[in-house]
Design a protein around this ligand. Sequence first.
Ligand SMILES: NC(=O)c1ccc[n+]([C@@H]2O[C@H](COP(=O)([O-])OP(=O)(O)OC[C@H]3O[C@@H](n4cnc5c(N)ncnc54)[C@H](OP(=O)(O)O)[C@@H]3O)[C@@H](O)[C@H]2O)c1
Length: 308
Amino acid sequence: MARKILLTGGTGLLGISLIARMPFSFTICAGYYKFPKDRLSKAGRCEYREFDITSRDQVRAAFKGYSPDTVIHAASIGNVDYCEKNKNQAELTNIIGSRNMIEACAENGCSMIFTSSNAVFDGEHPPYDEAAAPNPVDYYGITKLETEKALASSGIKYSIVRLMTMYGWNHPLERQNPVTWILERLLRKERLNIVNDIYNNHLFAGNAAEAIWAIVRHEKEGIYHIAGGETVSRYDLALNVADCFGLDRGLINPVASSFFSQLAQRPKNTSYKIDKMEKDLLVRGLGIREGLEAMKADPPRGWKYDWM
Ligand SMILES: NC(=O)c1ccc[n+]([C@@H]2O[C@H](COP(=O)([O-])OP(=O)(O)OC[C@H]3O[C@@H](n4cnc5c(N)ncnc54)[C@H](OP(=O)(O)O)[C@@H]3O)[C@@H](O)[C@H]2O)c1
């Protein structure tokens, strides 16, 4: 069946991966906010639309102009320290902006796939399955949980996709992720201090997109934990990046997280159980080296990073 998808966060790491892997019978209207228009890349069945999710009027106009049947809501402020420092702005975008999207879905009979996060967990009782009780330790996690609650009481058809920390090729104008951050520094031959006491089953953005499209195609509802197939520390991730891309692993120094005075507290281990994703969506969580190899095999075309 042909489907019309309204995607928010179309220029972010996940948005780019979703557009690159969109199913054939689907069309997408990809929303963005501050991204420069002349840097948007044309993609066949994807049109772009600039609208600010914090504006009810702009959200309504976007729905009216496109008439979607499904919304994938992936726009947010995802920088944990930034959210901690700028709570009003994080609330406006992540809570009120999401509420505007939910309200428009209700008015237009649309279903929503909401991209939540491992940040809803405190990291004390891994691995987390979909029934585990959330307990966010930072403001970003609180904003994600607030939207989960708003969805549960909205009456619309929805699915909550709790994504693990992702990696992949972000657009050069967008924020980096752990892998592009490490790659840039290793390519510049900088020494890196990387924490060896924070664990995740890091998720390749392409793997996340595959799982989300399976949810949309099969009209799945409820909560899904989406993560990679292997739990490693940030330090082990960095060693894998160096080995996979043929860079110097000797530049990477392991440190405890107490080494950094970060603003927001970081949960120690928020890794997921991914049985539901693998059995229900038939999407296998990629191991770290597999995900990195997939990333390496599909380098960004037409984008220029100043460090590559
Ligand atoms: N990355 C991760 O590791 C991770 C992990 C767990 C969950 N998630 C969740 O997954 C989703 C996608 O994350 P991501 O990393 O792909 O995002 P990202 O790269 O940080 O990109 C954020 C996107 O949101 C858009 N945006 C921000 N404020 C907006 C506003 N007021 N109105 C409209 N659009 C706005 C940005 O548009 P412009 O480019 O135009 O500014 C951009 O497209 C988010 O919900 C995030 O919380 C991410």
